[in-house]
Design a protein around this ligand. Structure first.
Ligand SMILES: CC(C)(COP(=O)(O)OP(=O)(O)OC[C@H]1O[C@@H](n2cnc3c(N)ncnc32)[C@H](O)[C@@H]1OP(=O)(O)O)[C@@H](O)C(=O)NCCC(=O)NCCS
Length: 179
């Protein structure tokens, strides 16, 4: 995508390979902050090791099926990121024109500020550019704030799926919205 500048305070752009290291640090930290209290230390360790490293994020950024969007503050700090995935959907997603919103994380100082809505607008923009008609996502059944945010954005629950954190098979709500 091209540079997407929804309002003066934040700028949102596609990640490049040069962002892999800071994204790996940011992604692991925001996941830990969001979920460490509700998972064992060992499950967190296993999950973080399997999902976050500069090498893994380099591969994701280079993967043509993924779009990684980064939101920066005016003074250049990474404040949020989102990842879209175009090559997979579970059976309950009833369309071939749906793209997954695979990850969506806003750093805690910016929760409730509107940045999440701005990042979602950039996600929608990018999904449309890919030709998608719907967005789908999985969100943990024990993450009511994210569920409320997604409902505000027009997503509705259509089913469930399992997401394994370390050794723990957790139930996610699968949510879908039209674009
Ligand atoms: C999920 C996330 C992106 C949402 O962004 P946000 O800026 O916090 O979202 P908003 O504040 O606009 O909306 C959240 C809504 O949930 C509500 N909410 C907060 N805590 C809640 C709770 N425990 N139960 C139900 N609703 C809750 C808020 O009141 C708000 O609704 P309102 O605007 O009508 O008052 C952000 O919280 C985040 O990054 N969280 C940590 C990572 C995460 O969970 N990512 C999603 C993974 S699927």
């Amino acid at each position: 995508m091209n540079h997407f500048a929804p309002r003066a305070d934040f700028s949102i752009r596609a990640a490049t390979l040069a962002d892999a290291e800071s994204l790996a640090e940011f992604g692991a930290r925001t996941f830990r902050e969001a979920f460490a209290a509700d998972n064992t230390a060992e499950d967190m360790r296993l999950h973080l090791a399997s999902a976050w490293s500069p090498q893994l994020q380099r591969a994701e950024i280079a993967n043509p099926a993924l779009d990684t969007l980064l939101a920066f503050t005016a003074d250049g700090f990474l404040a949020a990121f989102a990842q879209l995935r175009a090559d997979y959907a579970p059976t309950q997603v009833p369309t071939e024109r749906a793209i997954e919103l695979k990850r969506f994380y806003v750093d805690s100082p910016w929760h409730g500020t509107g940045l999440a809505r701005e990042l979602m607008a950039a996600v929608e923009h990018q999904a449309r550019r890919r030709g998608a008609r719907e967005l789908w996502l999985g969100v943990w059944e024990r993450n009511p704030r994210a569920q409320a945010f997604y409902r505000k954005c027009g997503f509705e629950k259509i089913g469930t799926q399992i997401f394994v954190v370390g050794t723990d098979p957790q139930t996610d709500h699968v949510m879908l919205r039209k674009l």
